[in-house]
Ligand binder design. Sequence first.
Ligand SMILES: Cc1cc2nc3c(=O)[nH]c(=O)nc-3n(C[C@H](O)[C@H](O)[C@H](O)COP(=O)(O)OP(=O)(O)OC[C@H]3O[C@@H](n4cnc5c(N)ncnc54)[C@H](O)[C@@H]3O)c2cc1C
Length: 456
Amino acid sequence: MRRILWFRRDLRVEDNPLLAQDGEVFPIFIFDSNILSKLPANDKRVTFIFNTVSSLKTKLQKIGLDLAIFHGNPPDIFKALAENFDEVVASGDYDSYALERDRKVSHLLHFNYQSDTYIFRTKEVLKSDSTPYLVFTPFYNKAKTLFTSKHLEIIPNTTQKLFDFEYNVLHNFSNNIVSKLDISLESIGFVEQTLTKEQLLTPQEKLDIFSTKISAYSNDRDYLALNATSELSIDLRFGTISIREVLRWLQVQKKKGIDTEPFFRQLIFRDFYAMLLYHFPYLESQNFRYKFNGINNNEYYEAFCSAKTGVPIVDAGLRQLLETGEMHNRVRMIVASFFTKNLLLPWQWGEAFFAQHLMDYDASSNILSWQWSAGTGVDPQPYFRIFNPYTQSMKFDKNGGYIKRYVPELSNISIKFLVDEVKLYSYAILNYPQPIVNYKESSKKALEYFKSLTSK
Ligand SMILES: Cc1cc2nc3c(=O)[nH]c(=O)nc-3n(C[C@H](O)[C@H](O)[C@H](O)COP(=O)(O)OP(=O)(O)OC[C@H]3O[C@@H](n4cnc5c(N)ncnc54)[C@H](O)[C@@H]3O)c2cc1C
């Protein structure tokens, strides 16, 4: 059997089902031009992916294999390769673009799908009538009853023979012309970006750090100064660690007497959202409930995208995102609520903005979280719940350290002003705008708008 091993969201050599396939193998990675052509040359994620792919290539060489690197439209590349192979092996990727791409490839070559990205298979956690869960808590309860040692198993590597190929160049497919280029970021049209110290940590280093924090995870995770979360989302996104390895690590913590349930619950959230998008692909752009479509307002949208809304915690979150590609979960919730409720902008615009900048961007988590915030999704927060950005910052950024770190114009302003809208309006801050909307008035307007639509 001759197999193409297509690495996508599983960029590692340990505990990887692709490396458990025997026979003659051809490990490949494709820099997908359909995706990359929409990104600016300074996209940080491409630097992260390029570094990770280079390191994967080295690790594969150490076990007697290699990685062929392509750039182009995946179906075109498979058209050129298919006749030499019996099948392509790849792990699941469930957004609509990925499913359509895989469908096209499956017409060219037998597609052997492996379950690797999530804890459960797409149809493993279903209601008793075999339909998907629409509410998280019952999904979570069912998931717990189905969770067994099989979800923790290590997938061992097997002995594989490497397919003979030119591995030391980048194979570029463009308009039916194939060229051989240097393996470099420049060859695919990108410029190397500086990543933060945390983004350069390996997943194992992150787990070591997190083992000193996990016992306080439930209490501390929302406090912005504490850095109390695992920072693993980017690794889970690109599969630089297997979800099973995270779960095995969690078992070790549990055996030490630590309450691991709050963290496990978040991992199940990730599965829940992925399963929802798999079963209801239309959620990518359409509401599950209510016709809240938002109101187009370019002035608000521009203020938001340039992190100049005049609301300190919102601007701090947006500047963290623009500077580092990251944003704390609590701030993502505050920002998304402000966007969809106080600015009444379409959630799809906010989702697209996050998609453009988040290092850990994952279609299912991002789309379903935005729909949750907008009150339009499956199992949403009630539409009448609107986060108050001022009381949120008072609670979770008590000393204003987060705001001041990312919005230097506010570094000398007393925290009392930053969490009080009336004071912000009454006092001109040098180089910093006043809030573009008044929280109380815009919340009232949002409630009236939502009410008028739900009663129709
Ligand atoms: C509007 C909005 C957009 C979001 N977009 C994304 C996204 O594109 N990609 C993404 O991975 N997460 C997204 N999240 C979820 C969450 O914010 C991040 O997973 C989390 O901040 C990552 O930090 P961490 O790894 O330190 O998380 P931890 O708190 O350490 O959690 C561990 C893991 O559990 C998963 N997880 C945690 N919280 C959630 C959640 N609410 N929903 C789904 N999975 C979760 C992640 O894989 C995370 O790495 C979004 C949340 C909101 C409110």
